[in-house]
Design a protein around this ligand. Structure first.
Ligand SMILES: NC(=O)c1ccc[n+]([C@@H]2O[C@H](COP(=O)([O-])OP(=O)(O)OC[C@H]3O[C@@H](n4cnc5c(N)ncnc54)[C@H](OP(=O)(O)O)[C@@H]3O)[C@@H](O)[C@H]2O)c1
Length: 268
């Protein structure tokens, strides 16, 4: 996901590669990132933090404590100029990031270190993502605009209050997997009916793209469009009788709630 952000920033000429510094514990990743994007690389997280005006945390949730304490425990940890911290780390709340970044700083310095929590999604890899973002109270309108400008390079951005981010994680953060699952199921359905797997995949994916386009271009709800293609005694009705029997919609709603619950638990 960090690479997706670097790629989007560079391809859209928002910042030049030489103005970007990436750290990672994995040397091979650094060599790859340097060769592919021309960015500066280091294994030193503190160097990236102290030398940058905008710092993006793009590690796994379980790595966050280690990385934040590594940075803030350094002798030279201080904020001279305003620095924007952006975290895309799933489930880690602003108060936890603030607890690490702010504890060594007095109130004036804390104000110079705004923190914005973001939940992107993987279509960001093809610049078709959507990110939910939630700024902390030290974030100015300008900081929020800077974060928005970066995130818009990968797709759309919506600002939320932080308490909504678990729901955003469950819906759009995890959402691509639901769609892949639907497509997987459609392909399997086609194969079971004797279609060639590649053709079943083409039919399923193209149908999904077409249905989304129809939804975007017509000012109608998905439910209204579904009802329009469901004629009494027809094939769609036959399919939905089975879906209703197994309460598929209800199960999906429950699955999304479970994802939100997990996101909340990750943040504890
Ligand atoms: N992927 C998604 O769909 C998605 C969507 C929304 C948000 N997110 C969030 O984005 C974050 C990144 O996800 P990802 O899938 O891109 O993870 P990832 O592929 O594991 O990337 C994290 C990178 O950080 C490196 N790293 C580990 N420990 C480090 C340390 N101490 N210092 C510096 N670098 C370190 C990892 O190296 P190693 O591989 O050697 O450990 C890896 O290269 C996660 O918090 C995730 O929840 C992901």
């Amino acid at each position: 996901m960090g690479e997706a952000m670097v790629g989007a920033i560079i391809r859209s000429n928002l910042f030049s590669p030489t103005s970007i510094r990436v750290s990672d514990i994995n040397e091979e990743r650094l060599v790859f990132l340097s060769r592919t994007y021309g960015v500066n690389t280091t294994k030193n997280n503190f160097e990236v933090f102290s030398e940058s005006d905008i710092v993006i945390f793009a590690i796994k949730p379980q790595q966050m404590n280690e990385v934040l304490s590594d940075i803030t425990s350094q002798e030279g940890y201080k904020i001279q100029h305003r620095k924007l911290a952006i975290s895309i780390v799933a489930g880690v709340p602003l108060r936890k990031i603030e607890a690490f970044l702010y504890s060594p700083l007095d109130e004036n310095l804390r104000k110079k270190l705004p923190v914005i929590r973001v939940m992107p999604n993987t279509p960001a890899l093809v610049l078709a993502g959507i990110s939910g973002m939630s700024p902390n109270p030290n974030s100015s309108a300008e900081d929020i605009q800077v974060a928005r400008t970066i995130l818009e390079r990968m797709g759309s951005v919506i600002q939320f209050k932080e308490s909504d981010l678990d729901a955003v994680t469950a819906l759009s953060g995890t959402g691509p997997a639901y769609v892949f699952y639907l497509i997987e199921s459609m392909i399997k359905g086609g194969i079971n009916l004797g279609l060639d797997p590649d053709e079943a995949a083409t039919l399923s994916i193209t149908t999904l793209k077409g249905a989304v386009k129809l939804l975007e271009q017509r000012k109608e709800t998905p439910e209204a469009l579904r009802r329009k293609v469901t004629s009494p005694g027809g094939t769609t009705e036959a399919a939905f009788e089975v879906m209703q029997q197994f309460q598929v919609k209800q199960r999906i709603v429950e699955a999304i709630a479970a994802a939100a619950q997990r996101s909340k638990a990750l943040g504890q």
